[in-house]
Design a protein around this ligand. Structure first.
Ligand code: PLP
Length: 436
């Protein structure tokens, strides 16, 4: 039975928004450009569900792009924020909650020390400045398809929204700003060796997503992160493991808990803010102590360590127990199985890839293209048309997927059997639409 939810209020808001906000959204992927249709303006969320301004309810499979490890409006997180807000929203002085969140991050991860910031972008930008300050070198190496936020020097061949919108290069980023950025293919050990052999003494750092989720989910091949660790150490460059997406999501300590290759610096965000703006970068004490005021590398923020954000982050992490991760891992495996079964049944060529409990689905135009996806060039052979047909049918049936084939699906500790049943009811229709 075809269904199509009514969305007049979302449509009206989108029109209003477009008059005052470029493209009608405050982050490009929200505009549904890759999949078409009216972006849904959300009114509220509860657990694994969110409801738009027209009253349509959706199973949420983006979880705010990762932060909501325990679903929407979890009472423990909401209470923590409420209590913090009642004491004052910001002081511009140190607070006890910042110390507690810093301690919790250090306890869970390999980082010796952390500095809190407001977004993943700030975290990677600051980590790079710090790596350059420490090594007194300038070249930054990144991998094609990895997204590290909208830092000028890192927007070269970035994944996520840049990939979704097929933007070849971002206007406004000058050649000078990316002149010191070298982009390598992901999972390519030979390319890395060659670059270091030629320019090793110029390289300040290699930044990599701990396990990439911004070109779809493309995990590191066995030993790839270890190789990065070895080569950077050999040449005196720092390794920055970007755990903004994976951190506290795929295990209590993030990707580092699943693949202990190690790094010099780490960046965190999303889950550690509990849905409020908080992020961090951290790592080796000798490197971190170069930061002002301890050292000469300047970095600052009016709202860094904000009391509401730190309270939400701490509350989110308090709920992030082993049992919570076991539940998310199980639910994710079950959902991947259901998606695969529906797509096989409908004869849709596809490949599902996962990194811990994060996963994404690559749709292909024909069976010959189906293969394991190891890098950005391969990720770009996916079929946007099939993805879009699948996405829109799921949306029409109340299942909210990431609106791009380059993004990862996120679950939470409150996604349960009931949710899986609802998704399973929608899947045959969506698979049928992708097959057509
Ligand atoms: N690094 C990674 C791996 C990310 O996935 C993201 C955002 O999706 C960022 C950095 C940037 O974080 P933010 O959007 O909070 O600036």
């Amino acid at each position: 039975m075809p269904v199509s939810p009514e969305t007049p209020k979302s449509a009206a808001l989108f029109e209003r928004a477009a008059r005052v906000i470029p493209g009608g959204v405050n982050s490009p992927v929200r505009a549904f450009r890759a999949v078409g249709g009216t972006p849904r303006f959300m009114d509220h969320g509860r657990g694994p569900y969110m409801t738009d301004v027209d009253g349509n309810e959706y199973v949420d499979l983006i979880c705010s792009w990762g932060p909501l490890l325990h679903g929407h409006a979890h009472p423990h997180v909401v209470d923590a924020v409420r209590q913090a807000a009642s004491k004052g929203t910001s002081f511009g002085t140190p607070t006890a909650a910042e110390v507690a969140l810093g301690e919790e991050i250090v306890r869970r991860t390999p980082a010796d020390e952390v500095r809190l910031v407001n977004s993943g972008t700030e975290a990677t930008m600051s980590a790079i400045r710090l790596a350059r300050g420490f090594t007194e070198r300038s070249v930054v190496v990144k991998f094609a398809g990895c997204y590290h936020g909208h830092v000028d020097a890192l927007l070269a061949e970035a994944g996520s929204g840049v990939a979704t919108l097929a933007i070849p290069e971002t206007r406004g980023v000058t050649a000078e700003q990316t002149a010191q950025t070298v982009v390598l293919p992901y999972n390519d050990v030979a390319a890395l060796e060659e670059l270091f052999a030629q320019r090793g003494s110029e390289i300040a750092c290699v930044i990599t997503e701990a396990s990439p989720g911004n070109m779809g989910v493309v995990p590191p091949r066995d030993g790839f992160n270890e190789h990065l660790r070895r080569v950077t150490a050999q040449y005196g460059a720092l390794l920055i493991s970007d755990e903004v997406m994976t951190g506290f999501r795929v295990s209590p300590s993030g990707w580092a808990g699943l693949d202990p290759a190690g790094a010099d610096l780490y960046t965190f965000g999303k889950v550690m803010g509990g849905g409020l703006p908080a992020a961090a970068f951290g790592g080796r004490a000798d490197v971190m102590n170069l930061l002002a005021p301890a050292g000469p590398v300047y970095q600052a923020g009016t709202l860094s360590g904000n009391p509401l954000a730190t309270a939400a982050g701490l509350a989110n992490l308090e709920l992030a127990t082993d049992a919570a991760y076991e539940h998310i891992d199980r639910t994710s495996a079950a959902l991947q199985g259901m998606v695969a079964a529906a797509l096989f049944e409908a004869g849709v060529p596809h490949k599902i890839q996962h990194a811990g409990n994060m996963f994404s689905v690559f749709f292909f135009d024909d069976d010959e293209q189906v293969r394991s996806v190891d890098n950005y060039a391969q990720a770009r052979t996916q079929s946007p048309v099939k993805f879009s047909a699948f996405f829109n049918e799921m949306l029409a049936r109340g299942i909210y997927l990431p609106p791009s084939g380059y993004e990862c699906w996120f679950l939470s500790s409150v996604h349960d059997e009931k949710v899986l049943d609802r998704i399973n009811d929608a899947l045959p229709y969506a698979a049928g639409a992708a097959a057509a």
